[in-house]
Design a protein around this ligand. Structure first.
Ligand code: SF4
Length: 105
C-alpha cells in the first residue's frame, strides 16, 4: 500500500487531499517524465452524477503503467508515498504523478 496524497480537488474521489479509493491506476506507458503520467481514476466533480462517499483512505494500492519509473515493479508502485498533482485539472490527462522518477536503466 502507498501513502497517496492528492491535490486534484476537482476529482470526486478527493477528500481533504486524500483519495477515497482503495486502488487506483496511473497511466503513462513509455513516458520519461512526470508530465506523461496521469491518474486514470479521475472523475470531474462537476460531471459526476452521484455524490462521493467521504471516506479517507490514506493508503491505496497503486497500479502503474509508467514502467520507466524507478518505483515501478511489474506494473505496481513500490514507493512509500506518492503525490498526485493537478489542482485545477478538469480531465484525467491534466493530472500527473509528481513522484515519478525516470529510471535510465
Ligand atoms: S511513483 Fe512511479 S511507479 Fe509510483 S505511481 Fe508514480 S509514476 Fe507510478
Amino acid at each position: 500500500m502507498v501513502l497517496l496524497q492528492c491535490s486534484v480537488h476537482n476529482c470526486i474521489h478527493n477528500n481533504s487531499n486524500y483519495c477515497n479509493l482503495n486502488q487506483i491506476t496511473i497511466g503513462g506507458s513509455n513516458t520519461y517524465q512526470p508530465d506523461g503520467t496521469n491518474c486514470e481514476n479521475f472523475i470531474n466533480k462537476s460531471s459526476a452524477l452521484t455524490n462521493s462517499i467521504s471516506i479517507n483512505t490514506p493508503y491505496s494500492n497503486v497500479n502503474c503503467k509508467a514502467e520507466q519509473c524507478i518505483y515501478n515493479k511489474k506494473l505496481k508502485c513500490t514507493a512509500n508515498s506518492i503525490d498526485i498533482s493537478g489542482y485545477t485539472s478538469s480531465t484525467s490527462e491534466e493530472t500527473l504523478c509528481a513522484t515519478f522518477q525516470y529510471n535510465p536503466n
